[in-house]
Design a binder for this molecule. Structure first.
Ligand SMILES: CCCCCCCCCCCC(=O)SCCNC(=O)CCNC(=O)[C@H](O)C(C)(C)COP(=O)(O)OP(=O)(O)OC[C@H]1O[C@@H](n2cnc3c(N)ncnc32)[C@H](O)[C@@H]1OP(=O)(O)O
Length: 192
């Protein structure tokens, strides 16, 4: 069943104002972590999303669907499509707000099949902020930015402190990632 009729965002929100140091429209967004299944260049069968910022501001991510991403023969697996939207929405939240946030809720509407060999153009936007909660939504269009909509998604992202990752994740890998971000002079607001 489509969630299109439900009120979104589901709570009262403030406009999501991009961070002053958010990437400017036209910027290509690099890999945020080389081992990320969504964008990482060291995950051979990953999704390899490539994202950039547009006016709006929005983040457009391209997902080239390959045989490694099949569910039914010749068609993308729905779970991997949801993964692509998690990545695309997360990239919009993370890059535009420059605050670490994790997905708390993700809803997807699969509107039409996504064939192997197609490219999904996923446009993600921030719909509002309520305290630590950021609401975001995205449309995925087949083979062009103005192609037919194949998938829609919306999600809730919750801002977390760096301890979320040091407590629950791989601290050594995180320190390497932070050092690499410092070299690239990326600036983050890490306190929710
Ligand atoms: C350059 C960089 C690029 C960066 C690019 C990055 C791209 C990466 C994209 C992938 C992102 C991921 O997959 S992240 C991985 C998947 N996600 C996770 O592992 C998250 C696991 N869950 C958690 O750790 C936790 O549940 C949290 C952090 C989400 C929330 O826990 P908490 O910190 O204790 O906060 P809590 O009070 O529970 O929740 C805060 C508020 O959110 C609400 N809330 C929490 N969960 C939900 C929910 N499912 N549905 C509705 N509402 C919810 C609560 O009611 C509350 O509202 P109120 O009382 O304030 O009103």
């Amino acid at each position: 069943m489509s969630n299109a009729g439900q009120s979104w965002p589901p709570v009262e929100t403030e406009p999501a104002v991009p961070h002053p140091k958010a990437p400017q429209p036209g910027s290509k967004l690099g890999v945020h972590y080389s081992h990320c299944f969504g964008c990482g260049d060291e995950v051979e069968v990953g999704l390899h999303l490539q994202s950039s910022v547009t006016d709006g501001p929005e983040v457009v991510s391209e997902f080239a669907v390959t045989e490694a991403h099949q569910g039914a023969p010749g068609l993308a697996h729905g779970g991997l499509l949801a993964c692509a939207f998690d990545e695309a929405l997360g990239a919009a939240v993370g890059n535009l707000l420059r605050k670490p946030a994790v997905t708390a809720k993700l809803e997807t509407d699969f509107v039409r099949p996504v064939p192997v060999g197609s490219t999904l153009f996923i446009t993600a936007r921030l719909d509002g902020v309520a305290g630590r909660k950021t609401y975001a939504s995205a449309d995925g269009r087949l083979d062009a930015g103005d192609g037919p909509v194949a998938v829609r998604a919306r999600g809730l992202f919750v801002t977390v402190g760096v301890e979320h990752f040091t407590t629950h994740g791989d601290k050594d890998a995180l320190e390497k990632l932070a050092a690499s971000a410092r070299r690239r002079r990326e600036e983050w607001d890490i306190n929710p």
